[in-house]
Design a protein around this ligand. Structure first.
Ligand SMILES: NC(=O)c1ccc[n+]([C@@H]2O[C@H](COP(=O)([O-])OP(=O)(O)OC[C@H]3O[C@@H](n4cnc5c(N)ncnc54)[C@H](OP(=O)(O)O)[C@@H]3O)[C@@H](O)[C@H]2O)c1
Length: 323
């Protein structure tokens, strides 16, 4: 299923208006610091892909608020570098490194098992790791990597850590999706993009759309935990520089900084429970507010039956059945 033309048009117009730096500057005039908890001491916040870009900025902001921060990174050296940087920038000694490759279900299972062994609660899980690829790459199970990386965090790590999330007072799961996900109807029967011709940007949009649906499905299946998906806007990060160099250089206008792009992630992680609408569980957030996951007449919703097939196919890719 290719892009929805109506969705792409609306995405382009709203993107030019609000996803970049100017949009953040306008939206942030309404942000109130009093909605945030001032001290996250004693809370465990896990951030996948916390060594660069938005993940690094999120980890630093949460460490400044005294959270105990756990980075889940695939590369030990890059992870250690990030721990050093956050420790210094946030003046915190509560930064921990865990190694896992989010494109490998086996690696994610290993990390989750070691976490559960530690008996620590998880207050906030931020599924941030993600990448847009130029050509189709597969993991050792033969599954396409940009989709699998999104699904192993959003589905597998989340389900495996549910026992630890339920130990927390006010547990939250934040899935870092993208406005790009708004441009497609998810192809639930070809998550791996083995039937469609491969276009890295389009497959990325499917992966990000999948995260929105999974956030909603989790919120329905497990209402005692808060699940959110979100769009950071367009931010200048190493990932964007590598995948979209022209865009990084400002082809569509000035981009947000990593700190500005991570603002809504940090807000969802740290907002006071009574400052977020209880009915927003499962919703898609942009600039600290829930927004629609579907553009007008875009035809991007799933039927109930498609949602069920999505859930089953995700479980196959992650090699793990839950609910
Ligand atoms: N920047 C934007 O404008 C924008 C817009 C919309 C959505 N997003 C989303 O925001 C998230 C962060 O993006 P970013 O722009 O900050 O990208 P980035 O600069 O490339 O950072 C991505 C992070 O994810 C890690 N990662 C990627 N694949 C991984 C894997 N298989 N296992 C473990 N870690 C992995 C990377 O680790 P390495 O350093 O080892 O590669 C890096 O730490 C992504 O989910 C992206 O889709 C970003």
């Amino acid at each position: 299923m290719p892009y929805s033309a109506l969705a792409v048009t609306q995405w382009f117009l709203s993107g030019r208006n609000s996803f970049g730096l100017a949009g953040f500057e306008r939206a942030s005039k309404t942000f109130s610091p009093s909605t945030l908890q001032s001290d996250l001491r004693g809370q465990n916040h896990i951030i996948t892909g916390g060594n660069a870009g938005l993940g690094l900025a999120t980890a630093t902001a949460l460490a400044r608020m005294n959270a105990t921060v756990h980075l889940v990174c695939r590369d030990k050296a890059r992870g250690e570098e990030a721990v050093k940087k956050i420790t210094k920038d946030a003046a915190s000694d509560s930064i921990h490194l865990h190694i896992a490759d989010l494109s490998s279900p086996d690696s994610v299972k290993k990390f989750a098992a070691s976490w559960l062994d530690s008996k620590r609660p998880v207050d906030v899980l931020i599924n941030n790791a993600g990448a847009m690829l130029k050509s189709r790459e597969v993991n050792s199970d033969g599954n396409e990597i940009s989709m699998t990386s999104a699904l192993t965090g959003t589905y597998l790590l989340t389900t495996l850590l549910l026992p630890a999330l339920t130990l927390a007072k006010n547990p939250r799961v934040i899935n870092v999706s993208s406005g790009g996900g708004l441009t497609v109807k998810l192809d639930v029967d070809d998550l791996n993009c083995s039937k469609r011709s491969y276009d890295g940007t389009e497959q990325y949009a499917h992966a990000k759309r999948a995260q929105m649906h999974l956030s909603e499905l989790f919120a329905r299946k497990n209402p005692s935990i808060s699940f959110y998906s979100m769009h950071p806007g367009w931010a200048a990060t190493p990932g964007v520089q590598k995948a979209l160099p022209d865009f990084f250089e400002g082809k569509w206008g000035a981009l947000r900084t990593s700190e500005q792009g991570s603002d809504t992630i940090v807000w969802l992680a740290a907002v006071k429970p009574d400052c977020i609408d209880k009915t927003s569980n499962g919703k898609f957030f942009f600039d600290r507010a829930p927004v629609s996951q579907h553009y007008f007449l875009a035809g991007t919703s799933l039927t109930k039956e498609e949602e069920e097939r999505l859930w089953a196919n995700v479980q196959d890719i992650c090699k793990h059945r839950w609910a």
